[in-house]
Design a protein around this ligand. Structure first.
Ligand code: ATP
Length: 239
């Protein structure tokens, strides 16, 4: 299977803080890969490096064979990144925001078709025509998930995609993420919701203090730790 992401011996220091400490893992094309781990473990740092927003200290990071440092502009054409704390231009309506983004990142595809898909994914009904600064936290998140997935990126990098969403909305967004793989998108996500990673992910990597300490398919991990769910696996590994 082709590799969507290949990470070898990645180290990232912020001054004296070693945020990522010799991490290696691969993400196969077409899969949903989940990064889990305690606060401060290094998840967001890894996602930002893959998104070309942070430089590596050392090691190799490739996206579909393109190096994130040397070929950053090629990598940017293939990815869509949903940051943990993203916002949108507050003076635009949801729909005009999606249109604005589609014009930038549409890669030559028809803007109206991309926006239509974004509107459908965001599923904000008539509120899509309201200004973004009137949205609740959950509505904003849905808009941003629409933004990230409407362009059918080769790789979607989603940092806590359902944070702030209620149970029903979170479940809908999970289905949207799963559906995106049917259109050829590979997904790398981070989450603190173990139910979510178990439902969504083909492979899970557990990161602690900048190191991958466990990796596998949810079923395999549960078996290995004699656990009934991934939360128990997490506690078993991290404690
Ligand atoms: P959380 O689950 O809390 O979002 P995380 O696993 O995403 O955590 P990171 O945000 O990657 O963790 O942080 C990893 C480490 O790197 C932490 O010790 C954090 O304080 C540090 N760090 C992250 N960004 C910076 C920065 N810009 N400057 C200095 N230190 C940073």
């Amino acid at each position: 299977m082709n590799k969507a992401i290949e990470i070898i011996d990645l180290i990232k220091d912020f001054g004296k803080i070693r945020a990522v400490d010799g991490t290696s893992f691969d993400v196969s094309e077409g899969e949903i890969f989940g990064l889990i781990g305690p606060n401060g473990a290094g998840k967001t740092t890894i996602l930002r490096i893959i998104s070309t927003l942070l430089q590596v200290t050392s090691g190799e990071v490739k996206v579909f064979d393109y190096d994130v440092t040397k070929d950053a502009s090629e990598v940017r054409k293939l990815i869509s990144y949903l940051p943990e704390d993203a916002g949108a231009y507050k003076n635009l309506t949801g729909k005009s925001y999606l249109t604005f983004i589609a014009k930038f990142f549409g890669n030559g595809k028809k803007v109206s078709e991309i926006v239509e898909k974004g509107v459908k994914i965001a599923s904000l009904e008539e509120r899509i025509n309201d200004k973004v600064d009137t949205y609740s936290k959950g509505m904003m998140r849905r808009l941003l998930v629409g933004r990230a997935l409407m362009i059918d990126p080769k790789l979607a990098i989603l940092d806590e995609p359902t944070s702030g969403l209620d149970v029903i909305n979170a479940q809908e967004v999970r289905h949207i993420i799963k559906d995106s793989t049917k259109r050829g998108t590979t997904v790398l996500l981070s989450s603190h919701n173990m139910l979510e990673v178990e439902f969504l992910c083909d492979t899970i990597a557990l990161i602690n203090e900048g190191k991958i300490v466990e990796e596998g398919k949810p079923q395999e991990l549960k078996k290995k730790y004699n656990a009934t769910n991934i939360e128990e696996v997490f506690i078993g590994v991290v404690q």
